[in-house]
Design a protein around this ligand. Structure first.
Ligand SMILES: Cc1ncc(COP(=O)(O)O)c(C=O)c1O
Length: 320
């Protein structure tokens, strides 16, 4: 919906990270647009604003940025860049419900922001999401697009005698059952974020000694970011080390996982998109990142068990 509202059409370029989920890229391709992938910053894991600036061409229409692991670093520079070049900024805030940058909620910086309520997220409804619109001029069209391209919402408010097909659109609305489930989740959002932050901090403190010994890197998050504890990840020295850890943890019944396979290096990515500049950080981070178990049902004891198992597995090569 965001891409439709942004008016992306054939040949329009949309700059986005390759280190992300497919939703943003496939939405652009569905409108005939071209995703242009640029590299991420290796510390924030968000779009590198300098790389974005270098990728802007006459065909660039929008930037879709991701707040990876609910970190907002770089969003201020992207806002300035978009204003300077007359581009639409869309925040993929799938990870970022309840997170802030310099005190301002993520999802409120661009003209639009997309949220995900997929079961893996902080606030869930099984599947589904929401579009946040920060530009009042887009709201009337969004209402129509979200309701199969009709003005039924105006009809239901008594503003028109009948509703008719007005525009392109689809069935973007959530069912009442899904919405009811989501409402209960949203009511608990503060408690959910608070508990996830506790779990995040517990990992972070417990893993400091491993970082000092050089076994891994912990997330390095600027003071400006109020994160929501969505993901706790570590960065390993290389892919082999990560494989050893995944297998070692699995042997102890612990499910730790890597994350995105870079989109530019996927079959559809190669067919439909292009890259701009080096993708070295994207490729490197994608091969070294390991996400540790993080969900609301996780206990402090379970976090401690993960940390112990991780320490044992990290120690193995040098012990043996
Ligand atoms: C950055 C990002 N955007 C979007 C999504 C997907 O959202 P949805 O499945 O609701 O389209 C994910 C899911 O993992 C994601 O990580």
């Amino acid at each position: 919906m965001a891409v439709l509202l942004a008016g992306i059409g054939p040949g329009d370029e949309v700059i986005m990270p390759s280190f992300t989920f497919v939703s943003a890229a496939t939405a652009v391709v569905l409108r005939g647009g071209v995703p242009v992938f640029v590299d991420i910053n290796p510390v924030s894991l968000n779009l590198d604003p300098a790389a974005v600036e270098g990728a802007i061409t006459d065909a660039t229409k929008a930037i879709i940025t991701v707040h990876y692991a609910s970190v907002g670093t770089g969003i201020d520079r992207l806002v300035t860049l978009c204003q300077r070049h007359g581009l639409i900024l869309i925040e993929d805030a799938a990870h970022a419900v309840g997170a802030t940058f310099e005190g301002q909620p993520l999802g409120s910086f661009g003209q639009m922001a997309t949220l995900s309520f997929h079961e893996t997220k902080n606030v869930i409804s099984g599947e589904g999401g929401a579009l946040l619109i920060n530009d009042p001029e887009l709201i009337a069209r969004a209402e129509v697009i979200s309701d199969k391209g009709t003005d039924r919402a105006r009809f239901e408010r008594g503003e028109t005698q009948k509703y008719v097909w007005q525009d392109v659109g689809s069935s973007f609305r959530a069912s009442e059952l899904t919405s009811a489930f989501l409402l209960a989740q949203l009511e608990e959002q503060d408690a959910i974020v608070a508990r996830r932050r506790e779990l995040w901090a517990r990992y972070h403190i417990a893993l400091e000694s491993h970082e000092i010994r050089g076994g891994l890197l912990r997330p390095n998050i600027s003071q400006s970011c109020g994160t929501n504890g969505h993901i706790y990840y570590v960065l390993l020295s290389d892919e082999d080390k990560r494989r050893t850890l995944i297998d070692g943890l699995k042997a102890q019944g612990i499910h730790a996982v890597f994350h995105y396979v870079p989109l530019h290096d996927s079959p559809a990515g190669r067919r439909y998109s292009r890259t701009a500049g080096s993708m070295a950080h994207t490729v490197s981070i994608a091969s070294r990142i390991l996400r540790l178990p993080m969900h609301l049902g996780l206990t402090n004891v379970a976090v401690d068990r993960v940390v112990t198992a991780l320490g044992e597995t990290l120690g193995k090569p040098s012990d043996g």
